[in-house]
Design a protein around this ligand. Structure first.
Ligand code: NAP
Length: 236
């Protein structure tokens, strides 16, 4: 399938590693001018080495003020992928306030913030645009030791619906993608233990986890949820 994003400007958060990195590189391959935002400078350096047209921005998205400053000159963006997230796993009874705040700050609050910055520009230009929030199957499915992560992704799905509802009239499309397990650093954290992985794998029709892109590889099961603002409004 030929996809061209020539002439479009894209911003991908959390693109230093994993799914975000591959997304940024794929968008660049399809002709978009890509800005990536992540917090580890070494990852940005290697990404720019791999794809010289990428514009790197180094910031901790959990820091509202620093993000505001880092993105003030980001320019007009047509496509936004809110991909950055963190996962810290612990049994429900051991969740601490810090773990809760850190996860919600990155997985939910930063999505709201970066989307506000980008969508304000889209609206002012009248150009419309597209925003994709990278959620997870964990938004719908209770997973042991994933209390906070599941809660952030549930919140992200609802944030996505309200964004679609409010931004739709300005021709800004908002969707979430909800992947299954992908063997990135985050995926390995939760699912490297074969005992833990067994139950999850038994529920995936292909019987294996997805991987990040390599020559000759492809991703397995994931679902996409599309929210149309008008329909949500009609449903009340
Ligand atoms: P990953 O390999 O851990 O990569 C996450 C990226 O986000 C890293 O580059 C990380 O930078 C960056 N990031 C995290 N916190 C940040 C912050 N405060 N400020 C700026 N950047 C930050 O994760 P992944 O597996 O690719 O996951 C990408 C997305 O897919 C996430 O939204 C995740 O919830 C979702 N997802 C993943 C899976 C899975 O199984 N892997 C399944 C479903 C959904 P540092 O490395 O410098 O922290």
């Amino acid at each position: 399938m030929d996809i061209s994003f020539a002439g479009k400007r894209a911003l991908v958060t959390g693109a230093g590693k994993g799914i975000g990195r591959d997304t940024a590189l794929a968008l660049a391959r399809c002709g978009a001018k890509v800005t990536v935002v992540t917090r580890t400078q070494a990852d940005l350096n290697s990404l720019v080495q791999e794809c010289a047209s990428i514009t790197p921005v180094c910031v901790d998205l959990a820091d509202w003020g620093a993000t505001e400053a880092a993105l003030q000159d980001v320019g007009s963006i047509d496509l936004l992928v809110n991909n950055a997230a963190c996962a810290s796993l612990q049994p429900f009874l051991e969740v601490t306030p810090d773990q809760f705040d850190q996860s919600f700050n990155v997985n939910v609050k930063a999505v709201l913030h970066v989307s506000q910055i980008v969508a304000r520009g889209m609206k002012a230009r009248g150009s419309g645009g597209s925003i994709v929030n990278v959620s997870s199957q964990a938004s719908q499915c209770a997973l042991r030791d994933h209390t906070v992560y599941c809660a952030t992704k549930g919140a992200l799905d609802m944030l996505t619906k309200v964004m679609a509802l409010e931004l739709g009239p300005d021709q800004i499309r908002v969707n979430s993608v909800n992947p299954t397990v992908v063997m990135t650093d985050m995926g390995r954290l939760g699912w490297s233990d074969p005992e833990k992985a067994k139950t999850m794998l038994s529920r995936i029709p292909l019987g294996r986890f997805a991987d990040t892109w390599r020559e000759g590889s492809y991703c397995s099961a994931s679902s996409e949820t599309s929210y149309q603002g008008a329909e949500e409004e009609a449903d009340g």
